[in-house]
Structures are given as structure tokens and as C-alpha cells.
Design a protein around this ligand. Sequence first.
Ligand SMILES: Cc1cc2nc3c(=O)[nH]c(=O)nc-3n(C[C@H](O)[C@H](O)[C@H](O)COP(=O)(O)OP(=O)(O)OC[C@H]3O[C@@H](n4cnc5c(N)ncnc54)[C@H](O)[C@@H]3O)c2cc1C
Length: 430
Amino acid sequence: MPSNSARTVRIAIVGGGIGGLFCALSIHHHCSAAGVPLEVDVYEQASQYKEIGAGVGIGVNAARLLHKLNIGDRLNAIAGHRNGVWIRFSRFDNSEDICTLPVDDDQTVRQAPCARSDFLDLLREVVEERGAATLHTKKAFKHVEDQEDTVRLSFADGTTATADMLIGCDGIHSSVRDSFVVDKSVFSGQIAYRGVIPIASLQNWPFKTYSVAWLAKHRHLLVFPIARNTQLNIVAFVTKSASEAAGIKESWTSSCDRRDVLIDFDGFDEPARQVLSLLPDQPSKWKLNDREPLDRWHYMSGKVVLLGDAAHAMLPHLGAGAGQAIEDGWVLGRALSEHLSSATRSPYFTSLESTAQLYQTVRLPRAQKTQRTARAAGNTYEMQAEDMLDKSFEECIPMMAERTKERMKWVWEEDLDAAYERVRDLEASS
Ligand SMILES: Cc1cc2nc3c(=O)[nH]c(=O)nc-3n(C[C@H](O)[C@H](O)[C@H](O)COP(=O)(O)OP(=O)(O)OC[C@H]3O[C@@H](n4cnc5c(N)ncnc54)[C@H](O)[C@@H]3O)c2cc1C
């Protein structure tokens, strides 16, 4: 890859989801500031840049990075508001409080629970407004070839593209990852029913805040407000065996009859059942998978890098997967701009490979900790952790409350720029 030269650097991003579009914005932001001439192409397999259904909680760690890109106000304008409560955990059978965890969301930089479609639209609009990348559709990546200084990408439609660097942001079933790693997604033992309902359709709703999780053994129901508190995002988790989950996909194409959801949540208190009874006739039904942690995120001498779910797909129980993809994009953008502009002295910037290694060294431990903690959180919420298996619901309740109180602190409070600079400068001074 050309470094510190006038030649335009070509970057190919495969996958135009949250990770891919944020990465394009971050690279543009950092490289424009450093005066690096750049051409970024995003290759998305779908026919449009669109998310359907459901919500996504953007944690304050990720929201902070959107504010650094000067789109924080636009993020807040599409988000829901949790009114000072991150979440209230309730008993499934009578909605009594198990523990209520506060969040400081009166600040400008705050949690941003959004409709996924609004959030992706925001990222796409900003990419277009800033000319951060050329967005391609119907480009399903198939194959990458090492051509010494460049890589050649092949797509399912028979076309090819050449780039100095390929960033694989193509999700949990990443084809870019598959080109280098032999592994499979791992079934979590849970499925999730998902849907969104208008908050105005709820009658006699007893909670001041709408962020509530009702917990039972093997089942839990999570709801939170999105879209300026006009819509309620619903995710209903149930433990299932591999044979029960066979045939369910990890996508919006799997759905079920609403009656199946009500059967699975039999015995839940009235407010929870009201929410479920308002789901569409055919709510979406997801198989929840993640991946085992992967210890290498860059290949072909740094010309290929993995990002987001392609590098570290995790279970949704911390609401942190999208935020981790956003953190990846921020760090990769910073590292690339410093490598390409030679503005910063650090042995990491002598080659693209060591720059990719810097990105991995900063991001991998934190992303893998999030992956592991998300698994543990799911087991705790469903009271399936090793030491809860032989305990009753009543015995599990205090254990669950204790384990949950501090769980999100380290996810949200990270100073990512300081962490990046620490790693970068440590190497420089050693
Ligand atoms: C039930 C559930 C709830 C969740 N809730 C939250 C939450 O509240 N907060 C949170 O932070 N995270 C949440 N997550 C996780 C979050 O959705 C993911 O971590 C995040 O979307 C990852 O972004 P990504 O861009 O890496 O991958 P994706 O969002 O999967 O995007 C990948 C993109 O690549 C495209 N693509 C795939 N293959 C190819 C190919 N071969 N060629 C070209 N393009 C390709 C896809 O079409 C897609 O557009 C949740 C996940 C689930 C399942």
C-alpha cells in the first residue's frame, strides 16, 4: 500500500451494515484530516442499504464516537430515551422489581436505542453527504486473491475489483473470514422472537420507563423504547435444544405464529403478555449464534482485515455487538490515517501489516471480553449459569441481581482514544 505518497489509496469494504458504513465514515474522517487521498468503495450484497425491523441499543461508548464524527445530535434525534433507567429487571410472574439499574441519559452524549433502519439510514446519509465512499449494491463478495501490492476481489455476478486493502465487514457468516479461517457459528442454546410495536398501543402500562426485562428460568423478555419513544422494541429469548432450533434461521426470513410466542411465555405477568399479544401475527424468530473468539484479524500482509461481527460475532445479551463494530471502525480509521500520512512516529506504522496489528492489539482483547461476557450474561438472565442449574428460581434471583449490577460499566466507560494511544506509544518507546 502506498504510504506518504500522492497516489490515491483504494480501500474496499465488503458489507454495508453498521460496521461497514461506520468504518467508511471513520476512515474518511481521519484520512481527510491527515490529507490522505483516498477512494473507498463499499460492496453490499443486498439490493439496497436497508435494515428491517427491530431495534439496536447504541451504548454510550459507541455514541461517543458518533459525536466525535459530529453526528451525535442526529443520533439523539432518532433515539429513544430511557428516562434515567438503563433497565429494570422484573420477576416473570408478578413484575416485582429484582433490580433497577440507572443510566445517566440527561447528557448530550448518551445511550441511543434506535430503530435499526433509522440508524442505518443515518449512517448511509452521512456517507453520501460527505462523499466518504462509493456505495455499491448487489455485490456479493466471493473470493480474494493476493496480487503482492494489491488484492483482487471477485463477486458473485462475475465482476472483480482491485484495492490496496480489503476490510471484511460482512457479518457473522462472513465470506471474507471464510477465505482464511475454518470455523462455524456456534448455537447458543437460545432463540429470540423479535418485533416492534407502537408504544401508543399499550394500555395501562405500569412502568415509568419502558426498559424492562422479565426473567424466568429458560426464558426472558426484554423491551426498550426506540424512535423517540414512539416504538417499543421487543426481544423474547427462550432456551431451546439444537433439535428444537433446527430449521430456524438467523435472519428476518424465519418467522412463526404469534401463538407460539404466547405458549413459550405462558405464566408471564399481564404487562409482559400484553406486549407479546401486540406482536405482529408472524413475528420474526431468530436462532442465536455467536463465534468462538478468533485470535487473528488480519491476513495477506495486512491487506485484508476483519471488522465487526466478521471478527467477533457475539450474543446480543449485552446489547454491545454494534458498538464493538463501531469501536473497530474508529480505531482502524485512526491507525490507517497515521500509517498513510506518516504523521506519527511509531514502529507500528512502518508497514500495513504492523498497522493492522496495532488495530488488532487495541481491539481484540476488549472485543473478546465482550464476546465472553455476552455469553455469561445470557446464561445468567436465563438462570442457566453452571452454578444456577441446580438452584430454584427464588435462589437464582439474588445471584442474578448481584452479577448484573456492574456488568456494563467497563463496556460503556472505555476511553478508546486513550487506549489506542497507550498501545501505539508503548511500542514506540520500547
Ligand atoms: C436479536 C439481536 C439483538 C441485537 N441487539 C443489539 C443491540 O441492542 N445493540 C448492539 O450493539 N448490538 C446488537 N446486536 C448485534 C448487532 O446487530 C451486530 O453486532 C451488528 O449488526 C454487527 O454489525 P456488522 O456490520 O459487523 O454486521 P451486520 O450488521 O451483519 O452487517 C453485515 C453486512 O454485510 C452484508 N454481507 C454479508 N455477506 C456479504 C457478502 N458476501 N458480500 C457483500 N456483503 C455481504 C450483509 O448484507 C450486511 O449488510 C443484536 C443482534 C441480535 C441477533
